[in-house]
Write a protein that binds this ligand. Structure first.
Ligand code: HEM
Length: 460
């Protein structure tokens, strides 16, 4: 499963504009190569020029920054200089106008993000843990005692239920009908790399996306109105947003609530689903480490099937495995910003109007940062090694002001899934090829990848 080691022996210096990578066509630049193999192109950029390298997507100038120092400069820049809002304009038709990255000002965007915080902090975490555990139990009922399942599909379905239940609430989970799944699918299909160039092209995928967005707003708006009328208070994300206020005291409109819920679903669903699948595939290919994870599960839970929030913290080996799967296979493999004011780094100037890319996928494969970077080695995160000690070495969850707000929730959710599945079943790969599917904006393993399972005799 090893991909390109991204180490480059030299550091760029000198000229004002960063060097451009080789190749590229007169008008299209590197767009065709990017469309065919974005991941390969980014690795090539680092190999050719080190920490700062340029390429062109049609008329758009792009600069790739890799390595901890360059990543830090990117993450620490203010929104007024490097704008996430501009860079992620392709998400506006999905989340809606004036919401999240389309918020009218950076201040408003900051306030909206701050409203998500209470829903992703300790107080609600305990509830989420219980919900996820229940959902895994339901999925186990469906799996039965033995069989074979496409684990990529299994993770997508399970995390769809867990995210919908934790974020949108039990009403929604109860009605997670075929209609919702189809609408959500249409919305997802509307997030395509071509949207970086223009998210409003009249292509079928974007038309379906727009129709789905309208209907989802109707559905979510209906639930908000019902809950307001009934006076019932949920312990979910939706409740947090219903109670949230801007600094001027104004609450969120139904349109804004829908947008922020969809943003949270999008930010959290695929990313968690793919990380669960990769963690499983890596563990099943590294039985020695898996055996240690199992022993720790035994030590923490013994005969009990009760997975409490507190005990999850003791599952350090599982946590290292998840982090390592995320290091090797970050679902968001490129993070973007648009340059609003000239950005200087390492003697180079990246001009206003260009775009910057930070790539966890490339930066995580630098041999001077991570020892033997293509190897699955979760112990690199243990206290005696701490290869992520410099916080910009490890950037699966981003960094700085836009760092992921859902990382604790994601890790909690994945831990619960593994604590349940690994103790219930013996699992082994059925032999399918495991490769990365780079078709979407969030990348993960290409399904189907079948996993065999058989109930453990000694399971509680
Ligand atoms: C394994 C799972 C996840 C991964 C790998 C992940 C990764 C990331 C990354 C890399 C960013 C930074 C994007 C950038 O700087 O351009 C980000 C931002 C964000 N994530 Fe996550 N995420 C995950 C799960 C979640 C979950 C479960 C939620 C919420 C339920 C969530 C909510 C957010 C939000 C709201 C932001 C935007 C923060 C901002 O712009 O201020 N994420 N995530």
């Amino acid at each position: 499963m090893a991909q390109h080691a991204a180490d480059a022996p030299f550091r760029s210096t000198g000229t004002r504009m960063p060097p451009m990578i080789s190749g590229g066509l007169p008008l299209l630049g590197h767009a065709i190569e990017f469309g065919r193999d974005a991941f390969g192109l980014l690795h090539r950029a680092r190999r050719e020029h080190g920490d700062v390298a340029g390429f062109r997507l049609a008329h758009k100038k792009m600069f790739l920054l890799t390595g901890p120092e360059a990543s830090e400069a990117f993450f620490r820049a203010p929104d007024e200089q490097l704008s996430a809002k501009e860079a992620y304009k392709m998400m506006t038709p999905v989340f809606g106008k004036d919401v999240v990255y389309d918020a009218p000002t950076p201040k408003k965007l900051g306030e909206q993000m701050a409203m998500l915080m209470p829903a992703l902090r300790d107080k609600r975490m305990r509830t989420y843990g219980e919900i996820v555990a229940k959902e895994v139990d339901l999925s186990i009922d469906e799996l039965g005692d033995a069989g074979v399942t496409d684990f990529v599909g299994y993770c997508a379905k399970l995390t769809n239920y867990t995210s919908a239940h934790c974020l949108l609430g039990p009403e929604f989970r109860g009605r997670l009908t075929v209609e919702f799944s189809e609408l959500y699918h249409d919305l997802e299909q509307g997030i395509h790399p071509i949207g970086y160039l223009n998210p409003y092209l009249p292509i079928p995928a974007f038309k379906k996306r727009d129709k789905a967005r309208v209907r989802l707003e109707e559905l979510i708006g209906g639930i908000v109105r019902e809950r307001r009328k009934s006076g019932r208070e949920g312990e979910d994300f939706l409740q947090t947003l219903m109670e949230a206020k801007y600094e001027d005291g104004q609450g969120l409109s139904d349109h804004e609530i829908t947008g922020m819920l969809l943003a949270a679903m999008f930010a959290g669903h695929h990313t968690s689903s793919m990380t669960t699948a990769w963690t499983m595939f890596e563990l099943l290919q590294h039985p020695y480490y898996l055996a240690r994870v199992l022993r720790q599960l035994e030590d923490v839970y013994g005969d009990s099937d009760d997975i409490s929030y507190v005990s999850l913290r003791e599952l350090t080996l599982l946590e290292y495995a998840i982090k390592e799967a995320l290091r090797l296979h970050p679902p968001l493999f490129m993070l973007l910003r648009t340059v609003m004011e000239d950005f200087e780094y390492d003697g180079y100037v990246m001009p206003k109007g260009s775009n910057l890319v930070v790539s966890p996928a490339v930066s995580h494969r630098i041999a001077s940062v991570f020892e033997d970077p293509d190897a699955f080695d979760p112990d690199r995160f243990a206290p005696d090694r701490e290869e992520d000690k410099n916080r910009f070495n490890y950037i699966s969850f981003g960094g700085g002001r836009h760092k992921c707000l859902g990382n604790a929730f994601a890790i909690l959710q994945i831990k619960v899934i593994f604590a349940k599945l690994l103790r219930r079943y013996e699992l082994w790969l059925a032999g399918d090829r495991i490769e990365t599917d780079f078709a979407g904006v969030v990348v993960g393993p290409k399904g189907p990848v079948r996993v065999n399972y058989r109930r453990r005799r000694n399971h509680p």
